[in-house]
Ligand binder design. Structure first.
Ligand code: PXP
Length: 245
């Protein structure tokens, strides 16, 4: 039997296009609802400290209208914690955030800030939010996630996605496969994301026990060329095809 695998669509870059001109279009909430109709299993919005793409009102509107679930991506700051706790999304994904970065560049150092992050996980768990930690495929980070009581991890697939040759990509893939197997063996739900495209998603989707892939940039780029519903359907078909091999 084919194991299920879920697609979370990240709509941040719909907002990036809007913010580039300071206008009202395109609307990331509209995109999120269209993505849901096309088969997305959830929607990710990253409310960055500098509000460079998603705005507070986008999150509020989508949350009120959602048909699936909101994965609220955030840095571990007091401001974001308060927003998450006032809204109570289904999922929160904690990520590192640097003002100067183009996108989330590395995994969160859970190991180096266990006591601080433990408080976030505890507050969110108490509110009924599933907290995911965005980490590199590294056993020590996974152990730290377990130690602080996080129920979910999202493995950073950026290093895999950025490889320029097959041999190094294979090495990165093995790291993700091993990290996923280890994380599952210690009781974590395992998601993955970053830099995934129609061309590189299959090997990640094929990993046993992989629960959800969160995909943004390439999918929104595909949407420019083929329309968002078709981009969502195509990505999901790539994932499901890999799953049934
Ligand atoms: N998962 C996390 C935690 C991210 O920070 C991002 C980027 O915002 C993604 C997934 C999606 O990455 P991409 O836009 O490269 O598909």
């Amino acid at each position: 039997m084919t194991q299920p695998i879920y697609l979370g669509v990240n709509v941040d870059h719909v907002a990036t296009i809007r913010q580039a001109r300071g206008v009202r279009y395109p609307c990331p909430v509209h995109a999120a609802l269209q993505a849901e109709l096309a088969g997305a299993d959830g929607i990710t919005m990253h409310l960055r400290e500098d509000r460079r793409h998603i705005q507070d009102a986008d999150v509020e509107r989508y949350f009120a209208l959602r048909q699936t679930k909101l994965n609220f991506e955030m840095a571990a700051t007091d401001e974001m914690r308060d927003i998450a706790l006032s809204m109570v999304p289904e999922d929160v994904c904690l990520v590192p955030e640097k003002r100067e970065e183009l996108t989330t560049e590395g995994g969160l150092d859970v190991r180096g800030q266990q006591s601080r992050l433990k408080d976030y996980v505890a507050a969110f768990s108490e509110a009924g939010i599933h907290t995911s930690m965005f980490v590199d495929p590294d056993a020590a980070q996974i152990d730290a996630c377990v130690a602080i009581g996080a129920p979910v991890i999202e493995l950073h697939t950026g290093a895999y996605a950025e490889c320029k040759d097959t041999a190094s990509q294979q090495k990165e893939l093995v790291k993700i496969q091993e990290a996923a197997a280890y994380a599952h063996s210690v009781g974590l739900v395992v998601n993955a994301g970053h830099g995934l495209t129609r061309d590189n998603v299959a090997a990640i989707a094929a990993i046993e026990n992989m629960n959800e892939l969160n995909i943004g940039h390439s999918l929104i780029a595909d949407a420019v060329m083929m329309g968002l519903p078709q981009a969502v359907k195509t990505m999901k078909a790539c994932m499901l095809a890999a799953r049934s091999l």
